[in-house]
Design a binder for this molecule. Structure first.
Ligand code: CTP
Ligand code: MG
Length: 361
């Protein structure tokens, strides 16, 4: 009956953390898309592919983003990419306009072609119906081969340690949506950005690392620049996951809950937002070395200053800051949320489920 307070606190902490891991699994599982939803989405992809082929016979329509990388939540949008294999193809602008007209005529989708966007796309949506209670939202882009590759990279990371990586990523996606910090259009961060923050943390911050750096592992056989480069960027990474599972194993035995608590702590307190760039390819880089510094004065740099508050290097397009949409206010809000989450988890309420509910409220 007289356990010393230190030991009692430790026991209560261990109980909370074990309980939290279980709650995280249970929470995430019920948010996964149903097999039915996945089947409907695959049917939609096939239908759209058939229609696009009436305009461009040599085209393929491929999924990327969450539907293809293993980080999909129930009712997440569909990201589709059209690849055209023939040399003589229409310009993306014309294709977007023609495809928009065709889909408007032939389908029930609401169609919004954006031929003059930085990346021309067609936006589609379907109203809710009994079979599809939440409808569907879908973007079709063209020739975005780098996005297909970065989707494959994230999928491989998810496969190296499915339980810990997927649980963390899926939880952060739900959390960031519920806390309203997942809107690049409103100055906060895209899901893709959050996924990169998680991978960066698991590869470069945790010691021992939870994940290997797939872009820096030695290739199995000699490779040439021609094999590895796409649009001028090196897209090589170690993608033989079966072999990797046999040869590589992490010495990090932390549970999902421990990793998540530490993730929030790291990004609320330790990451060097002012000078640092999170790169899953190369670890922590300096804004200065990439020309992304945000402390330059003078009106001419205002744009760059707003653009580079938070810096996350794209794994392949290394001159591209994935977080360039994050504004000063956006970053303030995001960091505030990281701090709030770290605080909620450190107070360790009696039951972990209560902590999760409070975290996402
Ligand atoms: N993408 C990219 N560069 C960005 C943003 C996105 O290349 N700056 C590509 C990536 O291939 C990413 C995909 O677009 O996987 C989808 O991005 P996003 O919608 O942010 O991520 P999802 O995982 O699809 O998340 P959600 O379920 O919230 O749609
Ligand atoms: Mg998406």
């Amino acid at each position: 009956p007289t356990t010393p307070p230190m030991q009692r606190r430790l026991a209560s902490k261990m109980r909370f953390v074990a309980d939290l891991s279980q709650c995280l699994f249970d929470f995430v599982i019920q948010l996964l898309p149903t097999t039915e939803e996945m089947a409907v989405k695959e049917d939609v992809r096939k239908l759209l592919e058939r229609l696009i082929r009436t305009i461009e016979p040599d085209s393929r329509l491929l999924s990327f983003g969450s539907t293809a990388n293993g980080f999909s939540l129930r009712n997440s949008d569909m990201d589709l990419c059209c690849l055209i294999d023939s040399k003589e193809r229409l310009a993306a602008t014309d294709l977007v306009t023609m495809l928009g007209d065709l889909l408007e005529r032939e389908t029930k989708f609401h169609v919004k072609p954006l031929p003059h966007a930085r990346i021309p796309i067609v936006k589609l949506s379907l109203d809710p119906s009994p079979g599809l209670p939440l409808g569907i939202a879908c973007d079709i882009g063209f020739e975005n081969r780098l996005a297909l590759e970065n989707t494959r990279l994230l999928m491989c990371y998810a496969m190296v340690d499915p339980t810990r990586v997927r649980t963390m990523v899926l939880f952060l996606k739900v959390w960031s949506k519920r806390r309203k910090i997942n809107s690049p259009y409103k100055g906060t961060l895209s899901s893709y950005g959050y996924v990169l923050l998680v991978i960066y943390f698991l590869v470069h911050v945790k010691n021992p690392p939870v994940l290997p750096n797939l872009q820096q592992m030695p290739p199995l056989r000699p490779i040439t620049t021609e094999d590895t480069h796409l649009a001028g960027y090196n897209t090589w990474f170690f993608d033989d996951i079966e072999l990797l599972r046999q040869r590589w194993h992490s010495d990090n035995t932390e549970t999902v809950a421990e990793l998540l608590i530490d993730f929030f702590r790291y990004y609320s307190r330790d990451f060097s937002y002012n000078t640092g760039v999170a790169s899953i390819r190369a670890g922590l880089l300096k804004k200065e070395s990439k020309g992304w510094q945000n402390d330059l004065s003078g009106g001419r740099y205002n744009d760059s200053r707003e653009r580079n508050r938070l810096c996350i290097e794209d794994p392949f397009e290394i001159d591209f800051n994935v977080a360039r949409c994050v504004t000063k206010d956006g970053l303030y809000t995001i960091r505030g949320e990281f701090m709030r989450a770290a605080r909620v988890l450190s107070t360790r309420p009696e039951r972990a489920i209560i902590a999760l509910a409070e975290l996402c409220e």
